[in-house]
Design a protein around this ligand. Structure first.
Ligand code: AHR
Length: 621
């Protein structure tokens, strides 16, 4: 029995209580949310020594292969002489032998998914030697050479210029390649070879993959924290995410390596993040580095105090980029990129999960002071440091930031044991932003543990202002963070985890206020499953007695029950089962055959003690 005292509201819930955390980990950006289909489009890849063993021997021709047909031959070289611009320093030279057909092809991020009748935007920068005036033929092909779409750039010149084509697919394939061929001799130089589906989220050019972005929109997030995570402060200072490298024309952005062991084109950059926020109704929450690189790397790197102003200016300029009028320098760039209206940035997050070091303690206050002085209305979200111990909370209190970001990746038990974590937090101190959390698994039990924790968050919503699960995305076969991620995907489809549905449930049914309530559990619990899957009973902090369990009216044998977690005992007469109190536990029964009939499980259970806790019956395939 649930008693809800509708006449007894307690605290107000923040309008931005449930949000999203995006980091380019597990190929979340390039090869993921960012809809670009060509991998290594500007030949900028190089070997990457990432954090925690995430190293890869990448190279400038990674994902590219030569094409030689009808007696044609080609040599592929990568050059940095007379590049496209100072940020995009490498390009490929096709040295053609003058015979047959030759060229280059790209296999995308493990194959390009092509859909019949869909249109694709192809673009390339090209220049040629004087002695080659052959057209550049562009096609999408299956591995065995079936042409799915084609087009042609009639001629190119000896100066870098960009060429665009629309390709329309006549058939579908899951692992197509983008093939560029030409004839004749001489040299053909190519850079920024790009292919996007026209059908991106909200139809933006340089846009996002529709299904993945829609999955974010469906969570109705109050905010989006970006770009990380560890990539925000970087594995070293050269690897720090500097937002100015990620805006402007995509061909002029300065790519960087990713500490998770691959590359970032920055095609998904600060403009695109803010545009996404606008599209899904989320407040942008950019994470700005504070002159200290990731503390997991020892020795970490630090910006000398005499150079810190440039980093502080980055933070201030970011606010101008988001909110300044088009006649300011950075507001002007935003307008030029197609968004004259401000993005209405309200929050800036300073630092990501910084380790408690004197260097961080010295630098952090300068960022707070500068932002506060120039932009007093911006809410500054600080960092409490790593883990539930929140080692930097005292510094956050001293600098009097609006709220402070705490991170923890803990087993489900921790979340269940810490439902009361915030009950005694000092209300005079900064608010709390639970900026990264997950219970180390994507099972239903993990999701329930997270849900339980969020009930404690809501009870304390006067101080817990924002929360977001992490990480958000994981690409099958390309993960660096394997224990738990909110959305799993491949090139074509996605899987929403039980944890996703918990986030969605809490976000889409969030109340305005928290009502006083209590739970009495003496009643029968039952569950009707529409499939012959497993049925289970979970409990937390209370004993339960399973009195009877039936499948389609026939008793289930208690010997079939298996313990998923916790302590489960058959009693002497075998008539019921006992889960000890003060344990989280779950038991389940193995799948039962129903000969194709609907499987209706009925479980009778009752609570045997404890003043709190809950009992649930669940089913899964
Ligand atoms: O979410 C994955 C990583 O966990 C983040 O990059 C970092 O902030 C944390 O340690």
């Amino acid at each position: 029995k649930v008693n809800i005292h509708v006449d007894q509201p307690t605290v107000k819930l923040s309008p931005v209580l449930y949000g999203l955390f995006f980091e380019d980990i597990n190929y979340a950006a390039d090869g993921g949310l960012y809809a670009e289909l060509v991998q290594n489009r500007s030949f900028e890849y190089y070997p990457v020594e990432g954090w925690a063993g995430n190293s890869r021997k990448l190279h400038p021709l990674y994902a590219w292969q030569k094409v030689e047909r009808d007696g044609g031959q080609v040599q592929l070289d990568v050059s940095n002489e007379s590049p496209l611009n100072e940020n995009n320093t490498k390009y490929v030279i096709l040295k053609l032998d003058g015979n047959g057909v030759a060229g280059i092809k790209n296999s995308g991020f493990g194959g390009i998914v092509v859909e019949k009748d869909a249109k694709y935007d192809f673009s390339v920068y090209a220049r040629r030697s004087e002695d080659n005036d052959n057209p550049l033929k562009v096609s999408l092909q299956t591995k065995d050479g079936k042409v799915l779409a084609s087009g042609s750039v009639p001629s190119t010149t000896s100066e870098w210029a960009t060429y665009d084509l629309t390709l329309t697919a006549t058939d579908s394939a899951d692992d197509a390649e983008l093939v560029l061929t030409t004839g004749g001799g001489g040299e053909l130089m190519l850079d920024m070879v790009s292919l996007f589906p026209q059908d991106t989220f909200k139809g933006h050019k340089n846009g996002l993959r529709k299904d993945l972005a829609q999955a974010l929109a469906d969570l109705k997030p109050g905010f989006l924290r970006f770009p990380g995570g560890c990539i925000a402060h970087g594995h070293s200072l050269e690897n720090t995410y500097r937002w100015k490298d990620t805006v402007g024309d995509v061909s002029e952005r300065k790519p960087n390596w990713n500490l998770w062991g691959y590359h970032q084109t920055y095609g998904l950059g600060y403009f695109e993040y803010m545009q996404l926020c606008e599209d899904i109704g989320a407040e942008p929450l950019p994470v700005v580095p504070v002159g200290v690189s990731c503390g997991f790397r020892q020795p970490f790197q630090v910006v000398p105090m005499e150079d810190l102003q440039a980093w502080i200016d980055d933070a201030l300029d970011l606010i101008e980029f988001a909110n300044g009028s088009p006649d300011t320098k950075w507001g002007g760039l935003r307008a030029k990129m197609g968004h004259p209206e401000p993005f209405d940035l309200k929050y800036v997050c300073l630092g990501n999960e910084e380790h408690d070091t004197p260097e961080c303690r010295e630098r952090f206050p300068y960022f707070v002071e500068a932002i506060r002085e120039r932009y007093p209305d911006i809410k500054i979200v600080g960092t409490s440091g790593l883990g539930p111990e929140i080692p930097l909370f005292d510094l956050m209190t001293k600098t009097d930031v609006y709220s402070t970001d705490e991170h923890y990746y803990m087993p489900p038990k921790w979340y269940l044991d810490n439902i009361h974590r915030f009950d005694n937090f000092d209300r005079s101190k900064p608010k709390v932003f639970v900026g990264e959390y997950a219970s180390e698994g994507n099972t239903q039990f993990n999701a329930v543990a997270e849900a339980a924790y969020l009930t404690g968050v809501e009870r304390n919503a006067d101080i817990v202002d924002m929360t977001c699960y992490a990480p958000l995305f994981a690409k099958y076969g390309s993960t660096q963070w394997t224990k738990a991620d909110l959305i799993w995907f491949d090139n074509k489809s996605l899987v929403k985890t039980p944890n996703y549905y918990v986030q969605q449930l809490f976000s889409t049914s969030k109340g305005d206020v928290y009502l006083d309530n209590s739970v009495e559990m003496t009643n029968r619990a039952s569950s009707e499953q529409k499939y012959a899957g497993q049925v289970g009973i979970g409990t937390w902090r209370t004993g339960i007695e399973v009195e009877s369990a039936t499948l389609n009216g026939k008793p289930l044998d208690f010997e079939d029950w298996k313990v998923l977690d916790g302590d489960f005992r058959n009693t002497e007469d075998g008539n019921y089962a006992q889960l000890d109190r003060n344990l989280e536990a779950a038991v389940s029964v193995a799948p039962q055959s129903t000969d194709g009939e609907k499987a209706v499980y009925e479980v009778r259970a009752r609570k045997t003690g404890g003043s709190e806790g809950f009992l649930l019956v669940f089913g899964y395939e």
